[in-house]
Write a protein that binds this ligand. Sequence first.
Ligand code: ATP
Length: 482
Amino acid sequence: MGTYRISFTLRKAAIQVPACETAEDLNILHLGFDNTDSIQGKCTTHLAFKIADYLLKKNEIKFVDFPLLIRLNPNIPWKTRGNGAVCLRIATRGSEHIIDYVKNFISLNSDISNGANPGFVAYEGITIPTSVRQFSRTALYNVLCLNDAEKIIENESIQCYKCGNGHGSIGALAAIGCLLEGDHTFEAISYRTEENVGTPRSLNEQLVLKMSAVTFPRTFNNIDAVHKRILITPHGPDPVFCGIRGEDPTTVLKSLLSLQTTEVLEGYMVFRTNQGTNMHLQNQLALSQVKPFMAGYVRGTVSKIPYILQGGHVLFEISDIARDTYPVAVYEPTDLGRIAKQLVIGDVVDIGFGVREEQSGHSRILNLEYLAVLRLNSIVHTQNPLCKVCRKRMKSEGKGKGYQCKECKIKTIKKYNVTVKRDIVEGFYLSSNKSHRHLTKPLHRFGRENSYPYVPGIYPFPNPNSFHRKGHLNDRTECRSF
Ligand code: ATP
């Protein structure tokens, strides 16, 4: 590649552009897409990997951010798996042919025959319109409709391509609106070749354990130590071989390469993501606002004593400051039931939740994602006092008449209050990592959040272009240099 000068004067942002360009020739293009896969196959991140490969071969474009993998509201019932959408942000001279290419690529490579409803949006501009950013924020915790997306697409002159019921454009628009300026993480995802998709994935477990032990907490959720399970590989017939999550692009990539996979893979790409950030649980909701499939958190007091259902699930009730109440379900696989069942009426808690809609025989319910016990109510039991002389329990003389020791004949009117020792302590409780959602923030990340004020072209990271590779992971000769 040729020489570069650092200059991009449109918004005082420094961006590497080919020396022959003038700033006016370059546009920032935001490409968002979603819903290209089905449960039978394909994967939106894989499509992004292929599109990035095409874009990287073109000299006139530069990535201005890592490819973004944005997880949206995990409670959306019509999601395929993890409700992920993708955004690619590039600086380019000629947008039209890129937009055409992506449009064609998505229409040819989406799993439309198996129910995918792809959506693709392309927006040209340095700053993302406020309406798009607001839409994106809402898509993290609430349910949006196609109409909401279409209005913004029209008002902001966003180019849009959609297929099937067009639902994919909701996620696509939300992806370009998410700048990930606050907390974020990275995932290095490796992809299988077409002929291997659907066959069992083979990994050296010892190397995964070693990598995890050496790199934690810079990588996380590689293994479920309690249940002795590897978590980096999916199980379905999709093209993902494995993914390593962590705090920075270099660590996740090095960790991926350390696995020395013997299967010949198609390549890898590192995404910047909102995984592991709890981004869906940022809104404090009043219980009166709660609607099916929303996500958020509420502060309140336990208003009904927990009881254990068949299968080890626990149900209790929470009441908020307005005295609205809601049932809260704690499912057995989360391992939080053993904490929740110790709650008593009056305990002050914060709960992170997703809302399950009413189903036959069951009311609407908050499915617990995390439990913060803020204040334990003290449980005081009244007992008959002990005799000071013989230490035996005194007998009541009748209502309001005090107590007497039958042996020593000593009398008292004082009751004896005993504070019961609680079996839990105040603190933050999170489900076991096997039941984490993509967005669930692991305990060790609290207080270690990343931040990234988004300015196109200014990165606190190494060049994002060097975090994509087509070719087998162990064959260094195929590694593209940038
Ligand atoms: P994968 O993770 O395998 O890529 P997925 O789980 O992301 O798949 P999709 O097939 O993309 O699932 O389906 C999710 C659908 O829900 C998309 O059409 C997306 O536009 C839409 N969607 C995402 N967030 C919301 C939301 N907040 N409100 C309404 N629709 C949404």
